[in-house]
Each structure stands twice: as structure tokens, then as C-alpha cells.
Design a protein around this ligand. Structure first.
Ligand code: HPA
Length: 235
């Protein structure tokens, strides 16, 4: 049985996965009905409840980084019958047209992580990506909700405080939209286990524009867009 999640926990087919445990709690408290805390091992909070339309959904934190989301998504997919994991996180923007507060739908994740080395691909590389059916549904639902999105590749970095402050320019030149630290691991686990994953991000900071960080209220409003969109993906 799972070592990192409460063994008795019941999860819905679809799990929304923010990085921060308190964000998981916030989503349960503000967006779910009839919800119950199902796990709190190591402070990684998870909840199962219903959307306002009565569909079953869970929300559980991933913690920070590929190793952490690698553990939790593997156990959810492998031991709790979860079929879809939708990461809902924040990212730093790499492109001028991507502004703080905007929403990104990640088509794929580039990385400097060695997470795929476990498969011994003899020099081959994986191309970890969002599940197309989830991506399409998220895109269509974003239009219905009037939420503008940027759709494209992101970079999942193993390093937050990079010693080379210009490193991002290499990914920027390749058209990568922004940087976070988890999706590559999630997408690879979904590939490995034949499950579905999607990543929706809100831009919290930018490497290229001279933009103010969001105020607390603006931050909440832009996160709210992403949460409402993610909740439409409950089955
Ligand atoms: N770097 C890495 N991860 C992030 C960032 C960032 O600037 N912003 C939000 N998640």
C-alpha cells in the first residue's frame, strides 16, 4: 500500500493538484460541497467532494518539485484508481506576451531533470505532454468561461535559484512560455501508467516584462479563473 498517502483515503477519478497544501484546503473550502479531508500525511492535504454541479472531484497537494509530484501522482494513479490528474500551479513567464495573472494550458513540458533516466532509453528522449482530450476540453471550456489562455510548451526546472541568471534565455529563444517545477514528472508518470494528465498554470511572476507582482486580491482573482476552469474537468 501507499507509503505517502492515507491508506483509507478515497479519491475521485479526477484529482486537481496544486503544489501548496493550503491551496488544496482553500479550494475544498471555497469550491467543493460535501467534502471531506482524506489525507494529511506529511502535511500533504487531500480532499474529496463534489463540484457545484454534483460531480465527484478530489484535490490534493503535490508539494514542490518533480520528485515530490513524482511520488504523489504515482501513488494516486497506481493505488487509488485515479485516472486524471490536473496540475493547477503557478509559473514564471518567459515570453513578452505572457503577463502576470494570465492562464497557460501546457501542451508539453521540457526539463533539465533526469527523471526519465529510469527508463534507460539509450540516448532517446521522452516528449512528455498533456493528454489531448483533457487539453481540448480545458481549451473549449476556457472559451465558454471567457478565460483567455496561452497554449504551448513550458519548462519544468529542477532549480529555482539558478546560478546562471541568463539560463532562461535558452528556453525563451525556443518559444517556451514559462517555468514551473512539476509538470514533467507528472506527464511522465501518466505516460508510464497509461493515465491522463494536464497542467494549467497561472502566471505569478515574469522574467521578461517589468511588471508588478500581483496584489493579494489580484492573485486570488487570477487563481480563481484557473480553479473554475479546472473544476469543469470533473467527470
Ligand atoms: N520559477 C520556477 N517555478 C516557479 C516560478 C519561477 O519563477 N514561479 C512560479 N513557479
Amino acid at each position: 500500500m501507499s507509503t505517502h498517502i492515507n491508506n483509507d483515503a478515497k479519491f475521485a477519478k479526477t484529482v486537481l493538484m496544486p503544489g501548496d497544501p493550503l491551496r488544496a484546503k482553500y479550494i475544498a473550502e471555497h469550491y467543493l460541497k460535501d467534502y471531506k479531508e482524506v489525507t494529511s500525511v506529511r502535511g500533504i492535504l487531500g480532499y474529496t467532494g463534489k463540484t457545484s454541479e454534483g460531480k465527484e472531484i478530489s484535490v490534493m497537494a503535490s508539494g514542490m518539485g518533480i520528485p515530490s509530484i513524482g511520488i504523489y501522482s504515482y501513488e494516486l494513479f497506481n493505488e487509488y484508481g485515479v485516472e486524471n490528474i490536473i496540475r493547477i500551479g503557478t509559473c514564471g513567464a518567459y515570453q513578452k506576451e505572457v503577463h502576470v495573472g494570465d492562464v497557460i494550458l501546457a501542451t508539453s513540458a521540457c526539463s533539465n531533470s533526469n527523471y526519465a533516466s529510469q527508463f534507460d532509453l539509450k540516448g532517446g528522449v521522452l516528449a512528455p505532454c498533456s493528454d489531448f482530450s483533457l487539453l481540448l476540453k480545458a481549451y473549449e471550456n476556457s472559451k465558454k468561461l471567457g478565460i483567455n489562455t496561452h497554449v504551448g510548451p513550458i519548462f519544468s526546472s529542477d532549480i529555482f535559484y539558478d546560478a546562471d541568471k541568463d539560463y532562461y534565455k535558452k528556453w525563451q529563444a525556443l518559444g517556451v512560455l514559462g517555468v514551473e517545477m512539476e509538470s514533467y514528472g507528472l506527464f511522465i508518470n501518466a505516460m508510464r501508467l497509461h493515465k491522463k494528465a494536464l497542467c494549467i498554470l497561472t502566471v505569478s511572476d515574469t522574467f521578461v516584462n517589468d511588471e508588478e507582482e500581483l496584489t493579494q486580491i489580484e492573485r486570488q482573482t487570477s487563481l480563481d479563473k484557473m480553479f473554475r476552469l479546472a473544476l469543469t474537468l470533473a467527470e
